[in-house]
Design a protein around this ligand. Structure first.
Ligand SMILES: [Zn+2]
Length: 182
């Protein structure tokens, strides 16, 4: 549950930044709350709270019950967190991340980059490097082919981890586990 909670907060942050995280936390604590109660708890303006709630609702992460006050005839909206679809949403996000990493890997594999050797200076494609006469646009040093094998290794590792998590690839058998012999 703790891991799911972390995922929920991460998604909330993507949707509405720190304020959305605060709203989710407040909802978790209260279980059910109106927008005004949430505004009071979090100190966030009620308009913003409302915007966040609708964004969470769109993402299928929050839902509400409409309750009529018999005396005043007014309707109150009681919001709660909805986690039924969370695993599905997490999976979709991981698939997206996987596609992004694969694309990055493809770019890193296909493209040769040129770099002056100073960290922070730009990596240029062949065409870009050609345009600058194979000198760094910042420091003017001569550009060399950039060794991106470490990046490629890292990307491959992350892709593999994600694919295992998504069940698209079998986890490698851990060979180093001590076989207990009697
Ligand atoms: Zn440079």
């Amino acid at each position: 549950m703790a891991r799911r909670n972390k995922a929920l907060l991460e998604i909330a942050r993507d949707i509405g930044g720190d304020e959305a995280v605060e709203v989710i936390k407040a909802l978790e604590k209260k279980g059910e709350a109106t927008d005004e109660e949430l505004a009071e708890i979090t100190g966030i303006r009620v308009n913003t709270v409302r915007k966040i709630l609708y964004a969470l609702y769109d993402a299928k992460l929050a839902d509400f019950k409409r309750i009529r006050d018999d005396e005043t005839g007014w309707y109150y909206y009681y919001w709660h967190i909805e986690t039924k679809r969370l695993p599905e949403i997490i999976k979709a996000r991981k698939m997206q991340e996987l596609e992004k990493l694969k694309k990055m890997l493809q770019e890193e594999t296909n493209e040769v980059y040129y770099h002056c050797g100073t960290p922070g200076h730009p990596k240029l494609t062949f065409d870009e490097a050609f345009e600058y006469g194979f000198t760094c646009p910042i420091c003017g040093e001569i550009l060399h082919e950039y060794d991106n094998s470490a990046i490629i290794e890292e990307l491959k590792k992350r892709i593999e981890e994600l694919e295992i998590e998504l069940g698209l690839r079998k986890a490698p058998k851990s060979k180093s586990k001590k076989s207990r012999r009697k």
